[in-house]
Design a protein around this ligand. Sequence first.
Ligand code: SAM
Length: 333
Amino acid sequence: MHSILEDRHGRKASYLRVSVTDRCNLRCTYCAGAGDFIPHPDILRYEEILDFMDMAHRMGIEKVRFTGGEPFVRKGFGDFLIEAASRFPDMELCVTTNGTLIGGEIDRLAAAGVKRLNISLDTMDPEKFTRITKRDLFGRVRDAIDHCLDAGMVVKVNAVAMRGINDDELPAFVDFARARPLDVRFIEFMPVGLENGWQDSAVWRAADILAEASKVAELTPVNLDECPQHGPARMFTIAGGLGRLGVISPYSDHFCDTCNRLRLTSNGNLRTCLFSDKVYRLRPALRHPKLGLPAVEKIIGKASRHKPLGHELLERKPKNQGVCQTRMASIGG
Ligand code: SAM
């Protein structure tokens, strides 16, 4: 009998985000920050992640998103995805990527049934892309998005919504979504990490995005009951367009009450809330010759019960400082 991942507030965890590496080939101003990388021996091996997923699935996890750092930076990640897809055919498997390294992988991933990709792209302007990411790779991301669509993948483009950075680009994003069968989603800049330029005034709020978007397009809300894949996003169709536009508002209109997420970092730490620095170290138990997965299961059961209401942490934050001090790149977003 497996523990059920339910907390004291009646929330059940069914969605696990797995960071497979804390390394990334981009240096996004709002994300990377300073910090040492996790030494290789401390990173969970693919086999350990698969065993963990097997246990998590039996505990009620239905959806797994692989993230990083940049997951495709890790050697063998494509093969790992294909293995995960064949081992867990009844779990929903998704990937969050910056799209710069997937060009050569797309067709074989699509053929293996790995079809749900979130691609991060914060600007439609190649020069601004280089300023934000410190890499001249805009064209590669744009090409990858179109290649994924051609391969029949379900693509969501995620942009971090930042005042003074990309708040002048709504028309370009709307045009992009209008011309392609994909979702473009703006995610409010979150107070996670240090020295990443976060402050209250840098958050381009969802309500403002929608008000401004309504001036450049006729938007109709999507009934999310008919579209359960969207989690906390509010989505809108664009009149005359192929794609949709949406907002995710973890900051201005938190969705902690319905949070169903757990996070496993690449070094085997469990996090029950993105807005908390509290971690549960699973790797020592996982690698212990006498403990292993049964001990890990107990830790997760206990950790899940104490999952905090993240908005209480948000409300206590100073206006110019992250609530969680860990780099987003090492948590996985
Ligand atoms: N490298 C992959 C990528 O670029 O999508 C996966 C990891 S990245 C940490 C996951 C997501 O977190 C990206 O969409 C990124 O833009 C987002 N992110 C990073 N820092 C953020 C912040 N402070 N607020 C909101 N989103 C953030």
